[in-house]
Design a protein around this ligand. Structure first.
Ligand code: NAP
Length: 341
């Protein structure tokens, strides 16, 4: 009989990649979602898997909807990928971020405990837990120092997951994931701003507006990271694992690599980038996009999952950029303009 997985955050980047991967392995996939505007399914539609998923109403703010979803779907595995107000955006609505990203996880764990304690549970922890990082690279042993309401809520979620494992002997585990991008990344993130931005620049000549060009990130590909989630959930012992590429690039390097991929000769003058062929502006900056509490250098050490579970990443920064650029060129070519918000 095929295994059954319930994914919260099915309409998000990771939810769509995970659903695709699990469907490919013969799973019956249930997608927990809050509302039902078809626009929110654009990722699943683009992957061609919307019809293969059974959707169930699930809002992390609402205990009843969670319990009902777990009772009705009878999953073997629950992946909690839902989250609200990622990163510094959470300063705008800190209470809501806490309710969804922190207490929402307690609600999920409590429902699993009451309905069926043998359901395996994966929690999406984040490198933002390290925030003001005390060492680099960061591993499972590195001290946490969260720097946003989102990260503080995720820290609670991380510990309550471990607590339920210890208190009730549940298979509850966390993956501490560093930034991972893809063509399905939301448009508020700098990587998508760049790849969508360059497609629009080619089309209309509209410059890309960015914040801190020197910010460095350890960027992986979501397709690789959802494989890691499954390894963690299907390992012998529920534990915490860091998933990262271990390599960093600056935002400026991301821009340069994108231009190189498209054979556009760019040059920088201060914080602005121009096309060498005609001096046309490609990238400019705006202080409004600077983070209020910037995190320290986040770069992950994934030795544990590589040695214990055999995880590795197929994509590097260049193939990640190629994948994202090609998708945005397809979406924003002269013929088709499609919003992916
Ligand atoms: P995403 O694209 O922003 O997706 C977030 C999902 O959460 C959406 O499906 C959203 O549904 C759902 N959601 C929001 N509030 C909810 C609520 N109250 N109840 C139920 N669902 C709700 O995020 P992602 O990049 O896929 O990330 C997946 C998870 O990994 C998140 O928990 C994130 O914190 C964590 N993470 C991500 C990264 C990364 O680099 N991507 C790194 C570390 C950790 P709607 O469509 O209804 O808005």
């Amino acid at each position: 009989m095929s295994k059954r997985a319930l994914i919260t955050g099915i309409t998000g980047q990771d939810g769509s990649y995970l659903a695709k991967s699990l469907l490919g392995k013969g799973y019956k996939v249930f997608g927990g979602h809050r509302g039902s505007t078809s626009q929110k399914h654009w990722r699943l539609d683009e992957m061609g898997i919307t019809e293969d998923i059974e959707f169930v109403k699930l809002d992390l703010m609402d205990q009843k909807s969670i319990s009902r979803a777990i009772e009705n779907t009878e999953p073997d595995e629950v992946y909690n990928l839902a989250a609200q107000f990622i990163g510094t955006l959470s300063f705008e609505q800190p209470e809501l971020a806490t309710l969804v990203d922190g207490l929402g996880v307690l609600k999920l764990l409590e429902s699993i405990r009451q309905v069926n304690q043998s359901i395996k549970f994966y929690q999406a922890s984040t490198s933002d837990l390290y925030g003001k990082a005390q060492e680099a690279p960061q591993s499972e042993q590195t001290k946490f120092f969260p720097r946003s309401p989102y990260a503080v809520a995720k820290l609670y979620a991380h510990h309550i997951t471990i607590n339920y494992r210890e208190a009730y002997n549940m298979f509850a585990c966390c993956g501490i994931l560093f930034n991972h991008e893809s063509p399905m990344r939301g448009e508020i993130y700098v990587t998508r701003k760049i790849t969508k931005g360059i497609a629009l620049w080619l089309r209309e000549g509209k410059p890309i507006v960015l914040g801190n060009l020197e910010a460095q990130r350890d960027w992986g590909h979501a397709e690789d990271f959802v494989e890691g989630m499954q390894l963690i959930l299907n390992s012998d012992q529920p534990q915490e694992y860091v998933l990262a590429t271990g390599k960093t690039n600056t935002v400026k390097q991301f821009v340069d690599k994108t231009l190189t991929y498209l054979s556009i000769p760019g040059y920088w003058k201060g914080d602005e980038c121009f096309d060498k062929r005609n001096n046309k502006l490609i990238v400019t900056t705006d202080k409004a996009y600077l983070r209020s509490a910037e995190v320290n250098l986040l770069v992950g050490d994934s030795t544990k999952i590589k040695t214990e579970l055999g995880w590795n990443h197929k994509y590097d920064i260049d193939s990640l950029i190629a994948d994202m650029v090609e998708a945005d060129l397809r979406r924003y070519s002269k013929k088709a303009i499609k919003s992916t918000n």
